[in-house]
Design a protein around this ligand. Structure first.
Ligand code: PRT
Ligand code: ZN
Length: 294
């Protein structure tokens, strides 16, 4: 167990108690080696093997808890931090919970572009981001109706002419006869830190925590690749491999053949595979990587 300098005070991280981000957040924390018991039952959860405790709360409260220093770190959508205007530091995007906040209006109606929002009533859970966007884009007269859920049915209930809500696949808008007019904010889940001064012990713990997250993210973006190839083809194969470091080349019992091991970024995976096969590689094996420190 790693202890902080300030009397064993744990690093306190706010995460969503129950919602879209909860399972992915826990999966990430477990992916960097942290172990917890029964996270679905408690409000406060002590990590068994790292000096961290989790506070499980509604996502709307996370930025403020972090701003006020009640929690040192938080895991929350950029959309929530931006709407609450909390003063916190974004440490990094966590590459899940991707979505966009979009203005949307009834299909084939009178609202087709941003200027058509002039004089309309818009239902949203994001009054600040919505008004701010409209005002910055030449729309100076509109009403905002702030509602916290089921925003997409507001036009049908004639509570509003249009909406501004989070969209990921677009299915909810389509199912409610709405068209996306404009995406006003791109979001993903982020790790945020309080701007309050932290003890050296806590700051050290955050540095360790961040290094683990970085290694985990790097590993998730990479694959370990092994293959055999004729010795003659090795120079060509080395040129093809977009390796993070020089590949390992090992002799095989058959002197005309060599084994090549390396790590490649996942997004180049298929293109590289095809090129390697064409260059003479065979028996190509791809493995996931648990963690990676460059
Ligand atoms: O109870 P609590 O307040 O903690 O949770 P919540 O109900 O406010 O939030 P929750 O769990 O629904 O979402 C948490 C976070 O997930 C959001 O703040 C975003 O950062 C992120 N996220 C990613 C999304 C979506 N994608 C998303 N699609 N949040 C909500 N949606 C909803 C959207 O509001 C709409 O109703 O999904 C519907 C649209 O989805 P598509 O796929 O049909 O376009
Ligand atoms: Zn919420």
């Amino acid at each position: 167990m790693e202890r902080t300098a300030d009397n064993g005070t744990s690093l306190r991280i706010a995460i969503q108690k129950s919602g879209r981000l909860t399972d992915k957040t826990i999966k990430l924390l477990e992916g960097i080696g942290l172990r917890f018991d029964n996270y679905k039952r408690s409000l406060m959860l002590q990590c068994r093997n790292f000096d961290v405790e989790l506070l499980l709360i509604r996502d709307d409260d996370i930025p403020e808890y972090v701003q006020d220093g009640v929690c040192d770190l938080g895991v929350v959508g950029a959309n929530v931090t931006a709407e609450t205007r909390a003063e916190v530091t974004v440490l990094r995007g966590l590459d899940f919970g991707h979505c966009r906040l979009s203005l949307a209006a009834p299909k084939n109606g009178s609202i087709q572009q941003v200027k058509d929002f002039q004089g309309t009533t818009i239902a949203t859970s994001y009054p600040y981001l919505t008004s701010n966007y409209l005002e910055n884009n030449g729309v100076d007269q509109f009403n905002i109706v702030t509602i916290s859920g089921a925003v997409e049915i507001a036009p049908r209930l004639e509570v509003a002419d249009a909406i501004c809500d989070l969209v990921s696949s677009g299915n909810t808008l389509r199912a409610n006869g709405l068209d996306e007019v404009e995406a006003i904010f791109e979001s993903q889940t982020e790790l945020i830190q309080t701007n309050r001064e932290l003890s050296v012990g806590k700051q050290n713990l955050i540095d360790k925590f961040l290094l683990r997250i970085e290694s985990h993210q790097q590993a998730e973006r990479s694959r370990y690749i092994m293959m055999n190839a004729p010795v003659d083809a090795v120079p060509k194969i080395k040129e093809i491999i977009p390796s993070l470091k020089s590949p390992t080349v090992m002799p095989l019992a058959d002197e005309k053949m060599a084994a090549i091991h390396t790590v490649i970024p996942i997004e180049q995976f298929w293109v590289v595979m095809e090129q390697l096969k064409a260059a003479g590689a065979s028996g190509i094996v791809i493995l996931p990587i648990e963690s990676m420190i460059l």
